[in-house]
Structures are given as structure tokens and as C-alpha cells.
Design a protein around this ligand. Structure first.
Ligand code: NCD
Ligand code: ZN
Length: 348
């Protein structure tokens, strides 16, 4: 039997939601990851340091007894965010960045930024305070083809942004295209990207396999096979600018299986196992540890975790659903198999 033991990983892009829904999904992440960067797109959005600290405390209070897990927080940027918020965030010691959602780009992004120039003063203060900008990189113009929105964002927003703030550290979140990989590879120091298991393992055919598949719909939407290959090559290359961020984004079954379903896939129940599948398929299992447990921590200037997890190559059947507050969620691979299993966690 094949087994691998790696340093305990970090999930640097996670949606936990709040309340009972959060209580349902948090244990999956805490069992696998030592830390996670928790996205601020709640309703209302987490825009202020005090809100983030309160949310962080609710997450800590929801942890199963005896489980050590550290939520890392990021604030939701809006047109009205003040530079002084950057100072408060920095002083809190618990907030590592700000999240840029172009208004209307994705789930709960309506309070996002309508024009990047409106947040120039905030970005400048972030550069001074050395906080990280996490970017949802898609243009929102409805005229632009949905499959081209990430590439257009690079041309229209990200290239200029990276040049105007040459010391601002930027994470291009959940990249989905070859264009995004090439942008990161060709960019100045201080620019990195997260990769999700769903975009490493599936292309856009998965949206239509035998019929329309709402549980394979997320944003940015799955892309073509050449794009998927470029993402896998980036992950498998060992380049420290690419690291783990699951974008696990739970929505109740009813919100997905409907005439206008929400964007987001839930993968926290098997996230590191799914990455193991992808790295094995790429012939790069030996590089999983650096991708999952070193590159992200190093980029965020956090100490690498001390604990270890062990994965064994034994397929297991994913339940058709998990409880989600008073509702249920349909996880990635529901009723199907994941090829690796979490066998043990040593918290260190
Ligand atoms: C995310 C969500 O549901 O909050 N959805 C998604 O499709 N990934 C938001 C996001 O990260 O875009
Ligand atoms: Zn996300």
C-alpha cells in the first residue's frame, strides 16, 4: 500500500460561511489543515477589523474539542474601505490581507469594488503595511464571454495593478487558465496564485457530463483541457509561486439544484486527498508537500506547521450528501470514489 506523510498543510482560500452551516463544514477542514484563510464574503460582508475578529472567534468557538486550528482572516474590500482600516487590520495581528471582489463577479460580491482606481489609496497603504491582496480575477462585463473573463482581467486590471503598486504582494486566487499561469510566471516578485483541486481535476466537460451538473459549477468556471493541463504543470513544477487554496464553497443542495443555481463546489471533505490524486496523476506526488504545506506559508510569511498528516492510497466512497445546518450539501464526487484517504493527523 502506498502511503505518504507530509507536513500539515494550509488551505489558503476557504469559504466557511457562518452559524450552523459553518459548524457543519469546519471539522472537515480542521481535520486536514492546520490553518485556513477564511474568505469574507458573508452577508453582510466582513469589511472591518472588528467584524473579522468577531468572526474569527465564532470559528474558534465552533471547533470540535481538542482540535487545534488557526483561522487566518482577510477583509472584504469595498469602494468605501478607508486606508485607516489597513492600519487596524495590521495591528490586529490576525488579518493577513484584503480580498478584492470585482462587484458582481461571484457569490456575495455585490458589495465589491466597482472600479479598481477607487481603492488606490487603500492598496497603497497595504503596500506600506505589507498586507497581501487576494484577487478574484475576473472582469464582470456581461458582454465578455464567461470563459474569457479571467484572461481579460489580466489585461484590463491585474497587469496595471501589479505595476502601479510594485511592492504589493498579490495572490491571484483560484486560477483557471493557461493565461493566468503565464502571467504569474512572467510577473515581478511578490505575485503568486492558488490552485483548487476542482480545477486541477476537471475541465468544462464536467459541467455537461450526461446532463447539466450544477454541483460542478463554480466561479471562475471550469475551463478547457489545455488550461487544466497548464494548471497541473504549474502545480507539479514545484515553483513556489503556486500553492494550495481549495475554494471549498458550500451551498445548500436547494440553492444549487435550481433554475439559477449558486456558484461554488464543496470539496473540504476530501480536499488534500483530491490534491494527492492530481499530483499522482501528474507524476509529482513528491512535490505535494511543498505545494500544500510550504509555498503558501512562506508567501504569507507564516511559520511552516509542525504537525504531520498521512495519506494512504485506498479508495473510499464519498457520501451522497452531508448535513449543512438544517439543510444538506452535495460534496464533490458524491456517490463516487476518491483515490486517497486521510489516515492520520499528528498535530505537532
Ligand atoms: C464562492 C462562494 O460560493 O462563496 N463561489 C465559487 O464559485 N467559488 C465565491 C468565490 O470564491 O468566487
Ligand atoms: Zn472563493
Amino acid at each position: 500500500m502506498t502511503a505518504i506523510t507530509i507536513r500539515r498543510p494550509d488551505d489558503l482560500h476557504l469559504h466557511l460561511r457562518d452559524g450552523e452551516a459553518m459548524r457543519s463544514v469546519l471539522p472537515f477542514t480542521a481535520a486536514r489543515f492546520a490553518r485556513a484563510l477564511v474568505m469574507p464574503n458573508l452577508r453582510p460582508p466582513v469589511t472591518a477589523t472588528q467584524q473579522a475578529l468577531a468572526y474569527r472567534q465564532r470559528i474558534l468557538d465552533a471547533l470540535p474539542a481538542g482540535v487545534a486550528f488557526e483561522p487566518l482572516m482577510t477583509l472584504y474590500l469595498t469602494d468605501r474601505t478607508e486606508p485607516a482600516e489597513v492600519d487596524r487590520a495590521r495591528a490586529s495581528g490576525c488579518i493577513v490581507g484584503f480580498k478584492l471582489y470585482p462587484a458582481g463577479a461571484t457569490t456575495h460580491s455585490d458589495a465589491g469594488v466597482t472600479d479598481i482606481r477607487k481603492v488606490d489609496a487603500v492598496l497603497s497603504r497595504m503596500e506600506e503595511q505589507d498586507l497581501v491582496l487576494e484577487v478574484h480575477g475576473e472582469v464582470t462585463d456581461p458582454q465578455v464571454d464567461v470563459f474569457d473573463r479571467e484572461a481579460r482581467f489580466i489585461e484590463e486590471v491585474l497587469t496595471g495593478l501589479a505595476a502601479r503598486f510594485p511592492r504589493l504582494r498579490i495572490v491571484f486566487e483560484h486560477i483557471t487558465t493557461r493565461a493566468a499561469v503565464q502571467f504569474v510566471l512572467g510577473s515581478r516578485p511578490g505575485i503568486a496564485a492558488t490552485l483548487t483541486p476542482q480545477h486541477l481535476l476537471m475541465n468544462r466537460n464536467a459541467l455537461f457530463a450526461g446532463g447539466i451538473r450544477p454541483h460542478h459549477y463554480c466561479l471562475p468556471v471550469l475551463k478547457s483541457e489545455p488550461d487544466r493541463e497548464a494548471l497541473n504543470a504549474a502545480a507539479a513544477s514545484g515553483d513556489p509561486r503556486f500553492f494550495l487554496g481549495t475554494d471549498s464553497a458550500p451551498h445548500a443542495r436547494g440553492a444549487k439544484e435550481t433554475a439559477c443555481g449558486c456558484a461554488g463546489m464543496f470539496c473540504a471533505h476530501g480536499a488534500i486527498e483530491l490534491y494527492a490524486e492530481a499530483f499522482e496523476a501528474a507524476g509529482a506526488l513528491a512535490r505535494l508537500e511543498a505545494f500544500a504545506s510550504e509555498h503558501g506559508a512562506d508567501f504569507y510569511r507564516l511559520p511552516r506547521n509542525e504537525g504531520r498528516i498521512t495519506l494512504i492510497k485506498t479508495p473510499w466512497e464519498v457520501p451522497r450528501s452531508y448535513p449543512f445546518g438544517t439543510e444538506e450539501i452535495v460534496p464533490l464526487r458524491a456517490g463516487e470514489h476518491i483515490g486517497w484517504r486521510l489516515a492520520g493527523t499528528e498535530r505537532g
